[in-house]
Structures are given as structure tokens and as C-alpha cells.
Design a protein around this ligand. Structure first.
Ligand SMILES: CC(=O)SCCNC(=O)CCNC(=O)[C@H](O)C(C)(C)COP(=O)(O)OP(=O)(O)OC[C@H]1O[C@@H](n2cnc3c(N)ncnc32)[C@H](O)[C@@H]1OP(=O)(O)O
Ligand SMILES: O=C([O-])CC(=O)C(=O)O
Length: 382
């Protein structure tokens, strides 16, 4: 048994996978053999979902079949919709991620098909991709006191989400940018949420339990939750002129600035570059460049600070998604749920891979506590 402890399992190789390759030195991300830059602008999110699940791009008939299945599950069943509405209206004010985590668990509990075969898992995964989008849109509407908008069957996944959220036909650039954002967030090897979910399904627990674990892990501010924190920080500063000074202050006070740093990328995060490009274009088109400008200033200040400190940290996928989503009329509370909508494809691809070649995941800990303590009766304890 190796006794070398790696804090945070840094650089520990915990298994093999065909799904996703992250080259942290070169700033490269590859899904099932395709560099993301080869997919962006050519493939739709639905094609990428198929690719992640099946290891090849779909032909037309396969894509049509997947789209039809996604459309079939789009409308939220009444009991799920009631649950979502009651959670959003609960005085405890659960976050979008808490609502999604609860809804995913509920959908699993009431799914009568408890099969553990690949076909059933694919059906469950398709249902979860469709419903996580519809539920995210419904949460956005209920949070504003608006009614549920039923899905349209003539729209693609990205366009239908924006339609269900805003109640109107989205413009072409928003649909394209949102579809690209979904593609870019789809998978990322053994990130914390995927690992958490793989650990769960590796006990041969069900796919819904894996997804519920993964949503819980993605929610944290060190992982998916950072995308909301970026815009929240900018909203707190709320001034283009004050951004540089305020961000510098945070760094000097030892505060971690959300949207920067990554366990694997050392050069740059290739997704961030694409999102920045779309954020620039869309915010200019929307006539509201404030958050984008503030994000660019933040990038400049943080990177200079890291450089001076000799740290090879760069901005990550979460930095520019905020100004991008904001320009599409998406409220900040939905940013991490949108991450779920996308990463659901990668999580479920990993779960399929885990089920197909399973061994329970059970590492060891190096024990650092005492041994041989003697029991003291309660009356004699201090
Ligand atoms: C989709 C995703 O999950 S992408 C990541 C999203 N998360 C964020 O944006 C939150 C901010 N970033 C972070 O907290 C980290 O960079 C993580 C969690 C992404 C990676 O964590 P780790 O690999 O464990 O790196 P760690 O936190 O040890 O950072 C290394 C050093 O850089 C510093 N650092 C890392 N990120 C940041 C940051 N965003 N701002 C300021 N300093 C930072 C750390 O303080 C640490 O400094 P030290 O060596 O002087 O103690
Ligand atoms: O890979 C990671 O550690 C974090 C993650 O999920 C991503 O960057 O998309």
C-alpha cells in the first residue's frame, strides 16, 4: 500500500476513461477525441450529448431520435412542478441548486423503472437532461413571481430553455452562444462533482443517486458555484471605475477571487477564451457592456497579481459566463443550475462508463489520531 498522501488528491490518477482529456499544460480539452474548438460552431449540444454517451457523433437518424426523446420529457410533470414551485416559495429561500438537487432526487424516487441496464440508464439520463433545463427555467420564472411557460417542441434544447425562461422567442446570437456554453461545460474528466457521482454509482447505487451527489458537489463555491460568485462580486463592486482597486484589495486581503485558478490548467482554460469572445459580442449587442468591462479589468488585475507572485494561475470557465448569461436575461441565481443542465451529459456519460466496468471506489486514509486509549466511565469524564 502506498502511504504517500496527496492533499486534495492532486495529480492522483484514479482510473481510466475514454470520455474526456484535459491537457493542463497546453490548455486543451478533448471530448471523445474531438477538441472542443473542433466542435464549437459546428456541433449542437445534443450532438455533444450523444458523443459523450456513445463515443461517436450521431448520424442524422440517431440525432433525430435523441432530440425526439428530449422533447418527449421536456414538459415538467405536475407533481415535480408543484414541488419546484413550493420549494421556490418556501420561506427558507432555497437556492436554484438546492431546488435542482431535491428535484433530481424526487424524480428518481418516483421513476417506476428501477432497471440497472444501460438502456434504462440512457432513458433516465435523457429525462434528466430534458428536465434539468425545464426545471431551471421554471425556477427562474417562479423566483420572479411569474407563471410556468410550457416547452415548445419545435425548438432545439438551448432555444427551448431560453424560451421557457423568458417567455419569448430568443434571438439567434443568444441561442448560438447558449448552445456553445452548454457544449463547453459538458464534461471535464474527474472534476469534483463527476468524481463524487462516480463514487456513488460505483457502489451500484442508481443513476439518480449519482446525479444527486454530483449536484451537491457542483454547488460549492470552489467548483460550479464560482460562476454565480463572479457576478455577485461585480454587483457588489458595481462600478467600472472602482473594479481594479476593489479586486486588488481582495487579493491583498488573501481573498480568493472567483473565476480564477484551476487544479489542472496551468496555461489557460480553452473554454474561457471562447466564452470571453461570445460575452464581448453579446454584451455589445445588448448595449450593456458594464459587467463585461468589469470582468476584463478583473482579469487584468488578477493575472498581473498572480504573475508578480510567480503563480501560474489563469482564469477559468466561470469568469466570463456571468456577463454572457446576464446579456441573455438570465438571473444570477440560475448560473450554477445552468452548469448542471450541461454537466448532466458528462456526469451520466461517466456513470455509464463506471457501470460498464465497475469496481467500488474506496481509497485509504493515513490515520493520524491516537490508538490504545482506555475507556473512561461517563461519571469520571471531565
Ligand atoms: C468549474 C470549476 O470548478 S473551475 C474552478 C471554479 N472555482 C473558482 O473559481 C474558485 C476560486 N479558485 C479556487 O478556489 C482554486 O483555484 C481551485 C479550487 C479552483 C483550485 O484549487 P487548488 O488546486 O487546490 O489550488 P489552491 O487553492 O491550493 O491554490 C494554489 C494557490 O493559489 C492561490 N489561488 C488559487 N485560486 C485563487 C484565486 N481564485 N484567487 C486568489 N488566489 C488564488 C491559493 O490561495 C494558493 O495560494 P498559496 O499557495 O499562497 O496558498
Ligand atoms: O475540472 C475541474 O477541476 C473543475 C471543472 O469541473 C471544470 O473546470 O469544468
Amino acid at each position: 500500500m502506498s502511504t504517500q498522501v496527496k492533499a486534495g488528491l492532486e495529480d492522483v490518477v484514479a482510473g481510466t476513461s475514454d470520455i474526456c482529456f484535459v491537457d493542463g499544460e497546453k490548455g486543451r480539452l478533448v471530448y471523445q477525441g474531438y477538441d472542443i474548438n473542433e466542435l464549437v460552431g459546428k456541433a449542437s449540444f445534443e450532438e455533444v450529448v450523444y458523443l459523450l454517451w456513445h463515443g461517436k457523433l450521431p448520424n442524422q437518424a440517431e440525432l433525430d431520435a435523441l432530440k425526439a426523446e428530449l422533447q418527449k420529457y421536456r414538459d415538467i410533470p405536475t407533481d415535480v412542478l408543484d414541488l419546484v414551485r413550493s420549494l421556490v416559495n418556501n420561506p427558507a429561500k432555497p437556492t436554484g441548486m438546492e431546488v435542482l438537487r431535491t428535484a433530481a432526487s424526487y424524480i428518481g424516487a418516483v421513476d417506476p423503472d428501477k432497471g440497472m441496464d444501460r438502456e434504462t440508464h440512457l432513458k433516465q439520463a435523457t429525462k434528466l437532461i430534458a428536465l434539468s433545463a425545464s426545471i431551471t427555467a421554471a425556477v427562474g420564472r417562479f423566483m420572479k413571481g411569474l407563471d410556468y411557460v410550457a416547452p415548445r417542441q419545435d425548438l432545439g434544447h438551448a432555444a427551448n430553455f431560453l424560451y421557457m425562461l423568458n417567455g419569448q422567442q430568443p434571438d439567434e446570437l443568444s441561442v448560438e452562444a447558449f448552445d456553445v456554453a452548454l457544449i463547453l461545460h459538458a464534461d471535464h474528466e474527474l472534476n469534483a462533482s463527476t468524481f463524487a457521482g462516480r463514487v456513488t454509482v460505483a457502489t451500484l447505487s442508481d443513476l439518480y443517486s449519482g446525479v444527486t451527489s454530483a449536484i451537491g458537489a457542483l454547488k460549492g463555491p470552489l467548483h460550479g458555484g464560482a460562476n454565480e460568485d463572479v457576478l455577485r462580486m461585480l454587483m457588489e463592486i458595481d462600478s467600472v471605475e472602482k473594479t481594479a482597486e476593489e479586486v486588488q484589495k481582495r487579493l491583498e486581503n488573501g481573498v480568493k477571487v472567483p473565476g480564477f485558478g484551476h487544479r489542472v490548467y496551468r496555461n489557460y482554460d480553452p473554454r474561457g477564451l471562447v466564452l470571453k469572445r461570445y460575452a464581448k459580442e453579446l454584451t455589445a449587442k445588448a448595449g450593456n457592456t458594464k459587467w463585461f468591462e468589469m470582468t476584463e479589468i478583473t482579469e487584468d488585475v488578477v493575472l498581473k497579481y498572480f504573475e508578480k507572485k510567480g503563480k501560474d494561475l489563469k482564469y477559468n470557465v466561470d469568469l466570463y459566463s456571468g456577463s454572457l448569461y446576464n446579456a441573455m436575461g438570465i438571473p444570477v441565481e440560475l448560473f450554477t443550475p445552468i452548469f448542471v443542465m450541461s454537466r448532466m451529459s458528462g456526469w451520466t456519460a461517466h456513470f455509464l462508463e463506471q457501470y460498464a466496468n465497475n469496481r467500488i471506489i474506496r481509497p485509504r486514509a493515513e490515520y493520524t489520531g491516537p490508538v490504545d486509549l482506555e475507556f473512561v466511565p461517563i461519571q469520571e469524564r471531565e
